[in-house]
Design a protein around this ligand. Sequence first.
Ligand code: 5GP
Ligand code: ZN
Length: 113
Amino acid sequence: MDNCLFCKIIEGSIPSKKVFENDQVLAFYDIQPAAREHVLIIPKKHISTMNDVTDEDDQVMAEIFAAARKIASELGIAESGYRLVNNCNRDSGQVVFHLHFHLLGGEKLGPLN
Ligand code: 5GP
Ligand code: ZN
């Protein structure tokens, strides 16, 4: 997808600090962390928002959640706790229109809103 920041990160034309990668999923540290640990988990397939996920994406969605569990465990925050967040469209403040889940933890998190 032209002009998509996260597609460029997947291609490697924009660098990122990778945490996890497989055929369908990439995870990397957020450039502006909102918690001590802040990882973004994305599908390699360009999907703009949560609204654009279809039944065909069941496998990649399962891979995203599997990656979240694995990363939380590897970061040592699975037991202390973490939050997995998706922003969808304007009211959520979504900025990058390539589906992503924020994995946040490593400290006591504030209220959701
Ligand atoms: P959104 O607000 O769309 O849910 O989240 C987009 C996230 O992408 C933000 O947390 C922002 O800090 C992060 N971000 C924006 N540009 C870059 C970048 O070039 N590299 C990385 N690693 N994260 C980015
Ligand atoms: Zn994209």
